[in-house]
Design a protein around this ligand. Structure first.
Ligand code: AMP
Ligand code: FE
Ligand code: FE
Ligand code: ZN
Length: 280
């Protein structure tokens, strides 16, 4: 069984339609794929139809933007009720704050580079959760940088003078909201420190108290030491452990299925989630 529980489509900052993402998952031999767009479930229906066609099992999920003390935290939610009001209100608030933030960043970038808000919108899917990758794509299209990586390194990183923050709920609140929505909360790439600060173990313990179910361990942004620390932490706190690609299509180097999750962890997720895993 090959299981990849973290991917993005054009519903957020991936580069493929949900159906194309699922088709590729089938083509590379994944048995199970999760669609986990940032702060939205709008890709779910298209992905579900494609999964049935391609004989792939689908886990419906999302990656919830959170922040504590200015540290950006990503929380994966699996198999939650997409209509649950508490979680939906917070993700909608984050999505709308992401849009005003992207407009402000575009204004700042527009002073030095030839991009407008329309150029940014042209890079984003209909109703997509807007993120810095869309700004990167607009900058690349304008010829300012060769690719997303260069745009991030030179203009979009968190300490850049063009950077603006957006609203995001506290991660402990988000864990409780995911649980209240019947979802299974798994902390995404907890020790990925290349792009900014991360939470310390004490704070992650607080998330466990709030109901955290698991941690993403095998992820390309974790070195061996980070993985070993997380595995030990998971074992002490009886958390499930996942491994995933965090695939964004051509937008990042991450390849589908480059890290995978053990079937036992998926079993625990399914047992705790409000929705079923969609079987082909
Ligand atoms: P935002 O959600 O707007 O704060 O932007 C963060 C998103 O940008 C992450 O979810 C990543 O998908 C993406 N990202 C961060 N760094 C890079 C990079 N160097 N190249 C491509 N994508 C990146
Ligand atoms: Fe992303
Ligand atoms: Fe993430
Ligand atoms: Zn992600």
């Amino acid at each position: 069984m090959r299981i990849d529980l973290h991917t993005h489509s054009v519903a957020s900052d991936g580069t493929q339609a949900p159906a194309d993402l699922v088709a590729e998952a089938a083509a590379v031999g994944l048995d199970v794929v999760a669609l986990t767009d940032h702060d939205t479930t709008r890709g779910w229906d298209e992905a579900a139809a494609a999964a049935a066609r391609h004989g792939t099992a689908l886990v419906r999920g999302a990656e919830i933007s959170c922040a504590r003390w200015g540290v950006s935290v990503h929380l994966l939610s699996y198999l939650h009720d997409p209509q649950a009001p508490g979680l939906l209100a917070e993700t909608e608030r984050a999505r709308s704050s992401r849009e005003s933030r992207a407009r402000r960043m575009t204004d700042r970038l527009g002073e030095d580079f030839a991009i407008t808000w329309d150029d940014v919108l042209a890079q984003a899917g209909d109703g997509a959760t807007i993120g810095r990758p869309h700004l990167a794509d607009a900058l690349v299209a304008a010829g300012a940088f060769p690719d997303r990586d260069a745009a991030f390194a030179q203009a979009l990183h968190r300490s850049s003078r063009y950077h603006v923050s957006h609203y995001a709920p506290d991660p402990a609140d988000a864990v409780r909201l995911v649980r209240a929505a019947g979802g299974v909360p798994v902390l995404a790439h907890p020790f990925a420190d290349q792009r900014g600060s991360t939470l310390d173990e004490e704070t992650i313990e607080e998330l466990v108290e709030a109901g955290l179910a698991g941690v993403e361990v095998d992820h390309r942004d974790h070195d061996d030491r980070a993985r070993a620390r997380l595995r030990a932490f998971a074992s002490v706190h009886d958390l499930l452990v996942t491994g995933s690609s965090d695939y964004h299509g051509t937008g990042k180097r991450n390849r589908l299925g480059e890290n995978t999750t053990h079937p036992d962890a998926l079993e625990r997720i399914e047992a705790a989630g409000a929705l079923p895993v969609l079987l082909p």
